[in-house]
Design a protein around this ligand. Structure first.
Ligand code: CMC
Length: 428
């Protein structure tokens, strides 16, 4: 007999089915809760709420496990490429050689963007944050490809939007940076692989020869794989909820970029480096900042520490820490901020406050250090995260649409005024 959970309320008993996933995670299916009992659930921040069933990413926060479509993140980071992982996430299986070649060819073929997009870019002031520029440019694709606004689209049309997104995102990201620098934009070089093309668009200057460093390109590819999906986090849930209203895929992804931007989510990688630099400028006293993070009267948090789901360790952080050491050694970079990071990490890991609250370094604690070593400027870090997360957002959007999920529309418990009569202004 399948399992169920019982709720008793005001002398009545209600029974709900329990759904079990392929990794034995259990959830009470409360779809009929309100209709049967009149109750709703209240769960601020959705800490206990499963918004969907999903076959894309499995993570076990207690055991520190992360798998995309069943494949271990450690294996994918070591053996795969970002484009292969993108295909896996979006289409569910690792591609055959032929599928991979066709997918990469299509993406390479669509890297160029409409010339008029340059005019939109030129309208931004040079101090515009590149995340805002990126989300605007992605949303502008709805204007250049208005067919994407049609909620009923066939598989070929959806596949074309997917290709366009993966192909054009590096162009937009690099152009957002060029706008900030006041440099002319570079057009894509389709002779290069995905990451090398992006690096060239970012860093090449008309007056100088630029050769992509394969160490830098390989490190970036690995970072993108590590960020490629992370099940129902803030930005992914945003993409799914925007998409659930049948808004265009471009509008949904643009919304995800905005959700990622905040310092509690993807923006943490920028905040980590800013924090480490501030500690360095302040004499390098890691303990002082640890105390600030523990002080409940001080809003300061140790950026790059803690995670909603990981309560033991973040497997991505482990891989990234090692990659940071490798990359810094290969590039011959000696970054004093890395020493502060290591000192802070050790101090926090041995501190009772952090132990009690199960706060461990997350993926963003070390990613900023690698990005710095690769020459990526600080305010582009979250853009790098977005570049990596793109296939995950796409896969989740596609799954949500293919499952025919209903529009996302939570309820609330109202705590405002009861009905009252309007009082005209001269009597208030
Ligand atoms: N520094 C100091 N205290 C912390 C921190 C931190 N970084 N993170 C959590 N806490 C404390 C918090 O004050 C609370 O303490 P108490 O129980 O005494 O009130 C307790 O730990 C639980 O925190 P919470 O805010 O209820 O936990 P949450 O699950 O809502 O938040 C988080 C998770 C990631 C937003 C939070 O840990 C945080 O703000 N971390 C810093 C920002 C960061 O690094 N974000 C990147 C997350 S990984 C990348 C991504 O996937 O986006």
């Amino acid at each position: 007999m399948s399992e169920s959970a019982k709720l008793s309320f005001k002398g009545q008993e209600f029974e709900f089915p329990v759904i079990t996933g392929t990794e034995n995670e259990s959830a009470i299916d409360i779809a009929k809760l309100r209709a049967s009992s009149g109750l709703i659930t209240l769960d601020p921040g959705y800490k206990n709420t499963g918004a969907t069933t999903s076959a894309i990413t499995f993570l076990d926060g207690e055991e520190g496990i992360l798998r995309y479509r069943g494949y271990r993140i450690e294996d994918l980071a070591e053996k795969s490429t970002f484009l292969e992982v993108s295909y896996l996430l979006i289409y569910g299986e690792l591609p055959t050689q032929e599928q991979y070649e066709n997918f990469s060819k299509e993406i390479t073929h669509h890297t160029l963007v409409h010339e008029d997009i340059k005019k939109i870019l030129e309208g931004f002031p040079s101090n515009a944050h590149p995340m805002g520029v990126l989300s605007s440019l992605i949303c502008s694709l709805t204007a250049f490809y208005p067919d994407s606004l049609n909620p009923v689209r066939n598989k070929e049309e959806v596949d074309m939007s997917i290709v366009r997104l993966i192909a054009k995102m590096p162009t937009f990201a690099a152009w957002a940076y060029k706008n900030e620098m006041g440099h002319p934009v570079n057009y894509p070089d389709n002779a290069l692989d995905y990451c090398s093309n992006f690096l060239k668009m970012m860093f090449a200057l008309p007056a100088e020869k630029y050769d992509v460093d394969p160490v830098v390109s390989a490190a970036l590819d690995k970072l993108l794989i590590l960020h490629a999906d992370h099940e129902q986090n803030c930005s992914t849930s945003t993409v799914r909820i925007v998409g659930s209203s049948q808004a265009s895929i471009y509008a949904s992804i643009s919304a995800g970029i905005n959700a990622l931007w905040g310092p509690l989510h993807g923006g943490a990688n920028q905040s980590v480096i800013e924090m480490l630099e501030a500690i360095k400028a302040d004499g390098g006293d890691a303990k002082k900042y640890l105390d600030k993070a523990k002080d409940k009267n001080d809003p300061f948090r140790l950026m790059g520490f803690g995670h909603r789901v990981y309560k033991n360790f973040d497997p991505r952080a482990k891989i990234i820490k090692k990659a940071a050491d490798d990359v810094l050694e290969k590039l011959g970079v000696n970054d004093p901020v890395l020493d502060i990071a290591k000192e802070l990490e050790q101090a926090a890991l041995n501190d009772q406050y952090f132990i009690d609250r199960q706060l461990y370094p997350n993926v963003d604690f070390y990613s900023g250090i690698i990005y710095r070593a690769l020459g990526i400027p600080t305010d582009m870090f979250t853009v790098m995260f977005a570049l990596g997360r793109l296939p995950g957002w796409i896969a989740q959007w596609k799954e949500m649409r293919e499952n025919g999920e209903p529009i996302g529309r939570p309820r609330q418990v109202y705590t405002g005024e009861n009905e009252r009569d309007y009082v005209s202004m001269n009597k208030r």
